[in-house]
Design a binder for this molecule. Structure first.
Ligand code: NCD
Length: 308
């Protein structure tokens, strides 16, 4: 039987292709579970998981919480704004206090890149990185690749363009690493100011013309502009950005083939993608959300299974 090689899920960088395939196979099983009338299995009974969110989140937090409930885990939720962090407590003290209450696994989102890695070096529980600043967001990349696999049967050989704010996006970085590991061809597209220097070293193509990128790809993953992480202005206005890089029906219809449209959410309708595209048959945005629960169930199940 295949074994998961990791104690934590800190980034896609650290896991092997076999790990990713094992997560996908496990998620296939859990996807059938969550589509049954009775959606719950006892797999993580007796496992206690803390969800620690130092940054805003709707989808990811609810997705993890639902995944935990479907697996019958016990959970505690912690949001930094209402906690002792605002009284000056350090990250390690906060988490160690939670662990002292006998918590087995920690799901953490934090604005600092490397926060999950740091935590894994100092505490005993399994850590899942639910997004660390502009660094990595491994479960998002896994659910995105899983959704491409579901749509096409395979990720290998598919052409995926990631459009938008690559510079500030942990989704972009984790997606690039994951898709490359699985044999996809990856392109990034956006204004030069939002494309990190030396991104080619990750084995991706760079394109600044959206129409060329769309004509090349099988899948377009449209990212949100991360205004909250932008300290300076990277483009003149959101209106100009959407004129050059927004995906609308006209652009989609002008292609001589059908492409699949993805978005990690939250969508800024009318900026990176128009409503008619977001709600069209091309978009698999809600499939991504559904698959997120199955992927997170798989990750937590695999991490918990190797504890004994
Ligand atoms: C992403 C994130 O938080 O990095 N959202 C998510 O997890 N669904 C992308 C974003 O915030 O734009």
């Amino acid at each position: 039987m295949k074994q998961f090689t990791q104690k934590h899920l800190l980034g896609i960088k650290d896991i092997t292709v076999d790990d990713i395939e094992l997560i996908f196979e496990t998620a296939d099983g859990f996807k059938t579970v969550i589509n049954r009338p009775i959606k719950k299995v006892p797999s993580l009974r007796d496992v206690t998981i803390a969800n620690i969110f130092f940054e805003n989140s709707t989808r990811t937090r609810i997705s993890f919480e639902l995944a935990q409930k479907r697996l019958s885990a016990d959970t505690v939720n912690f949001a930094a704004s209402s906690s002792s962090v605002s009284k000056g407590e350090t990250l390690i003290d906060t988490v160690n206090n939670i662990l002292a209450m006998k918590v087995d696994m920690v799901v953490m989102r934090h604005p600092a890149p490397g926060a999950a890695i740091f935590l894994s070096q100092h505490i005993k529980a399994n850590i899942i990185n639910a997004g660390d600043g502009t660094h990595e967001h491994p479960t998002q990349a896994l659910l995105d690749a899983f959704s491409i696999r579901e749509k096409f049967g395979n990720v290998n050989g598919k052409k995926v363009v990631i459009v938008g704010d690559i510079l500030h996006s942990r989704v972009a970085i984790s997606n690039i690493i994951c898709l490359k590991k699985l044999g996809a061809e990856v392109m990034v597209c956006g204004p030069t100011t939002l494309i990190p220097k030396h991104i080619e070293s990750l084995g991706v193509k760079v394109e600044t013309d959206l129409m060329k990128a769309l004509n090349w790809c099988d899948v377009a993953n449209m990212l949100r502009i991360q205004l909250e992480r932008q300290d300076i202005k990277y483009f003149p206005s959101l209106r100009e950005y959407s004129m050059l890089y927004g995906l609308d029906k006209k652009r989609l219809d002008s292609l001589d083939k059908e492409i699949v449209v993805m978005h990690p959410g939250p969508i800024n309708r009318g900026v990176e993608i128009t409503s008619d595209v977001a709600d069209s048959k091309h978009a698999i945005i809600l499939d991504q959300v559904e698959n997120g629960v199955a992927i997170r169930m798989a990750v937590m199940y695999l991490l918990a299974s190797q504890q004994s």
